[in-house]
Design a protein around this ligand. Structure first.
Ligand code: DCP
Ligand code: CA
Ligand code: CA
Length: 360
């Protein structure tokens, strides 16, 4: 099954302040440039009725909601991460194999514990929904299917607070009428190309000769579309390993050439990245910095140490040194800056690098 939390950031805000529940709630990533510049991170379903959704400019959302008593809030990632961590632990406890795939969704292989019985899986899904609601006061949507591909689509078709079960013999009836957009990996551009071939639905896609798909989209994508349209997918649910890197990037209040301004911002990012490193009990060997210039060119510098460390001072000193170097070598105005730690190892097992020595 695939469990996805409903309008996650906005629902988290509703939980914190239930009085906003019936109003349009819009969670925003403010860039800090002007009062309304930035993009909508997500919105509750009340706001979605007015056409407000992830990715649109905040100013546009305000325009759409100008006659409503709408609530605009800044993202509070720390708060959402706490809720997410708690919920992921609940979900993990109900799975044979658990794979978190984003801040608000996870695949649960429940084949063993349900003995491949769809009714048992459905009962389990109800238990999970009740559990998440009781412990964290959030609703989610769950899709159940014979594989990850189908479970993901199933979770999406009855949002919010939905439960959709697709048994193997129902695959065809379930998939055929859906727009191709529902398949993971099909965005606007591919949708257009498929439309040119006269293909709008998953059922129509299933009718297209696989060779034609390969000719148009290449072997990898073409075969994927061919299989996906038939609900074929054999990707296993897999526990994710430790991350290969931890990083943060942010937009400066004003474009600047001043090292001190850049460092001020970068140090804040260092603190956040370092907190995540400690929380996951990791050590780093490499420090990188990023600078996106006013002309949007991207510059970066890295330094790798002999031995793994978790030292924050070393991290910050290295970041400073790398920015100094970068600014000496390039005449650039900084617009966005970022820091990254990589070549991570688990604290108790320093021998074992998570990323290949050869890869980077
Ligand atoms: N998110 C974001 N920017 C995007 C998409 C998502 O910041 N372009 C954030 C906010 C979402 C969270 O990620 O709350 C999870 O994304 P989902 O795509 O699962 O969307 P929601 O949970 O908000 O809504 P839904 O009920 O459709 O799942
Ligand atoms: Ca979601
Ligand atoms: Ca999601």
């Amino acid at each position: 099954m695939l469990v996805d939390l409903d309008y996650f950031f906005a629902q988290s805000e509703e939980r914190r302040n239930p009085s906003i529940k019936d109003k349009p709630v819009v969670v925003c990533v403010y860039s800090g440039r002007t009062e309304d510049s930035g993009a909508v991170s997500t919105a509750n379903y009340v706001a979605r009725k007015y056409g407000v959704k992830s990715g649109i400019p905040i100013s546009l959302a305000k325009q759409k909601l100008k006659d409503e008593d709408a609530v605009f809030l800044p993202v509070d990632k720390k708060f959402y991460h706490q809720i997410s961590d708690n919920i992921m632990e609940i979900l993990r406890s109900h799975a044979d194999v658990f794979e978190q795939v984003g801040i608000d969704e996870a695949y649960l292989d429940v084949t063993q514990r349900t003995k491949s019985d769809y009714q048992q899986a459905e009962n389990l899904a109800e238990i999970i929904r009740a559990d998440v609601l009781a412990q964290e006061q959030l609703t989610c949507s769950i899709g159940i299917g014979p594989n990850k591909l189908v479970a993901k689509i199933a979770a999406d078709v009855q949002k919010p607070d939905g439960l959709t079960v697709v048994k193997p013999h129902e695959l065809n009836v379930f998939l055929s009428p859906l727009p191709v957009r529902r398949l993971v990996g099909i965005g606007k551009i591919i949708e257009k190309k498929l439309e040119a071939l006269g293909v709008r639905t998953v059922g129509q896609l299933a009718q297209v000769d696989v060779q034609l798909l390969v000719d148009v989209f290449g072997r990898k994508l073409g075969t994927y579309f061919h299989n996906a349209s038939r609900g074929i997918d054999d990707e296993p649910v897999q526990e994710r390993g430790e991350p290969e890197s931890v990083s943060r990037i942010s937009t400066l209040k004003n474009d600047t050439k001043e090292l001190t301004d850049i460092i001020d911002e970068a140090y804040k990012l260092c603190d956040e990245v370092h907190a995540r490193l400690l929380k996951r009990e990791l050590l780093y060997r490499s420090v990188s910095i990023y600078l996106v210039a006013g002309d949007l060119s991207v510059h970066s510098r890295s330094k790798t140490f002999e031995n793994p460390t978790r030292n924050l001072i070393t991290f910050k000193e290295t970041v400073k040194e790398l920015f100094e170097k970068l600014l000496n070598e390039n005449d650039v105005v900084a617009r966005r800056v970022g820091v990254k730690l990589s070549n991570l190892t688990k604290k108790e097992n320093q021998q074992k690098p998570l990323t290949s020595f050869f890869g980077n």
